[in-house]
Design a protein around this ligand. Sequence first.
Ligand code: FES
Length: 81
Amino acid sequence: MPEMLSLRINGATVRVANGTSVSAAMLIAGQPTRISVTGEPRGPVCGMGICFECRAIVNGMPHQRTCQLLCEEGMTVETNR
Ligand code: FES
């Protein structure tokens, strides 16, 4: 199992340690997980699957709770707009 892996977040390649959650990777990348209906950038709040603030598009699937997902090699992640 590789110690580091690469994924794409909003088009940029990000390298993170194996075992990093997708929400943490988005924070590392400085990217919001979603944009609110009023246009505000949002990010993870609870980190345990309850608040849904960390929803993003993961491998083309919208509204994925990124705090509940671990990064995988080659994963693509986009801010949920
Ligand atoms: S941070 Fe609250 S559900 Fe993911």
